[in-house]
Structures are given as C-alpha cells and as structure tokens.
Design a protein around this ligand. Structure first.
Ligand code: GSH
Length: 236
C-alpha cells in the first residue's frame, strides 16, 4: 500500500492526502516530528521535508508537486481525459494554490495587525484571480472535486477553521470561494484528508497566544482594526 510520510498540519501533505481521498486510493500515513526528524526519514527525503510518498515498490518520492503528478498518472480517472491545454491550465491553477500555502501559514502566524494585513494582501491577489476564474459549478468547473480542488483545499479548509475559532475571515471578500469552501467541507474531503486531531494541533499552533489572531479578533482593542475581516460583524 502507498505510504505518506506526514507532519500533522502540513498543507503540502494535505494536498496529497486529499487527492488520494478524492481518487479513493488506499494509503497509510506515518507521522513524524519535524523538530526531531528520524534518520530513516532523512534518508528518504533529501531536503528533509514532508510529504514523502513511498510507493508500492518502496520508492520514495519527495516534493508534493511530483507526488500529485505521480498519483494522477498512475490512477487516471476517465473524466480526466483532458486536452494538453486543459491539463496545463489545471496544473497552473494547482501550482498557484501551492505557491500560497506558506503565505497562508505565515499570515496565520502574524504577530501583529500590520503583518497580518500585508500577508493577507498577498493571499488576496491569488484569491481574486481564482474567484474570477471560478464558475458556478460546486467545484472548480466540475461537479466532482478534481485536481484544482484538492490543491486549493488546504487554503480553504484552514481559512474555515481560522474563521470558526477566531472570527477572522480570510475569504470575506470572496463569495465564490466561501461557497467553494462549504462545498469542499460538505464533500467530507477536508476532514478525511487530515488526522483526527488536526483541528487541535492546528489551532494550538496558529492560534497560540504568540499570534495576533490567537489573541483575538474579538479582543476589544483589536476590534476596530479587524472590523473589515471579522466574520462576526460587531466582533462577537
Ligand atoms: N516544496 C515542498 C515544500 C514542503 C514543505 O515545506 N514541508 C514542510 C512542512 S509543511 C517541511 O517539511 N518543513 C521541514 C523543513 O523544512 O525542515 C513540497 O512541495 O513538498
């Protein structure tokens, strides 16, 4: 069986597990600590990063982009009979999402208001672009989640958790993305692509007291500043 070497809250890993889930491919997950990387892991991953996919033959593939390409090639869906041009466009939208995973991570970890807003502005460029490209179908121009959906899923899933716990909505200006987020959550893919304790681990790190969002959009001192993004209007 395929094995995914993972770190619980890594968005690059979640893209891989979401694709495996969407394609209903069986796999096992092995979690490691990135603070104390095991020797066997460092032998598999030349840059010491997750995800790593260990194939049925025992070959280790690193870099999430290479891993999702491998999975798509090995397990093609009939509905994925795309022209070269269509496939290239899908790959490009997927790449745009992955390029923003670390931007979202750092936005969530912002220590102050100005940092959060400048990082949100970087995210907004990508969000605006995909909001314009998104049609009215439940997923990215399709009835079922596909390549582009699983690439954007980590961003949309995490934005949902941040909103739920802090009231801050990264997607406030993007109605189509909010609907897409709801459709992905309703599909079950968001939950199935992470560990049972994902939400605890995620909020523990990204909404810790070291972070601006962890100290509360609902904090009265932050209230007026965050008003434009606080999902709860009068701030809780
Ligand atoms: N370009 C890599 C990025 C993966 C990545 O940044 N993984 C992080 C966790 S989310 C990691 O392993 N960090 C540990 C390190 O860099 O030492 C990919 O797409 O697989």
């Amino acid at each position: 069986m395929l094995q995914v070497i993972s770190f619980t809250i890594c968005p690059f890993v979640q893209r891989v597990t979401a694709l495996l889930e969407a394609k209903q491919i069986p796999y096992q997950v092995k979690y490691i600590s990135l603070k104390d990387k095991p020797e066997w892991f460092l032998e598999l991953s030349p840059h010491g990063q997750v995800p790593v996919l260990v194939t049925e033959k025992g070959t280790a593939i690193f870099e999430s982009e290479a891993i999702v390409e491998y999975i798509a090639e090995l397990y093609p869906n009939e509905s994925e009979a795309l022209s070269a041009e269509e496939r290239a466009k899908e790959r490009a939208w997927g790449y745009l999402a992955a390029k923003h995973y670390l931007t979202q991570c750092s936005a969530q970890r912002s220590g102050d208001y100005d940092t959060l807003i400048s990082r949100q502005a970087k995210l907004n460029k990508a969000f605006s672009a995909i909001e314009r490209a998104k049609g009215d179908l439940p997923f990215f121009n399709s009835e079922e989640p596909g390549w582009v959906d699983v690439a954007w899923l980590p961003l949309l899933h995490r934005a949902g958790i941040i909103k739920q716990y802090s009231g801050y909505d990264f997607l406030k200006e993007f109605p189509k993305l909010r609907q897409w987020q709801q459709n992905l959550i309703a599909s079950g893919l968001t939950n199935r692509s992470v560990a049972d304790n994902f939400e605890d681990k995620f909020t523990e790190f990204y909404l810790s007291k070291d972070t601006y969002l962890g100290n509360g959009c609902c904090d009265s001192s932050a209230n007026s500043k965050l008003d434009t993004h606080c999902a709860k209007g009068n701030c809780c």
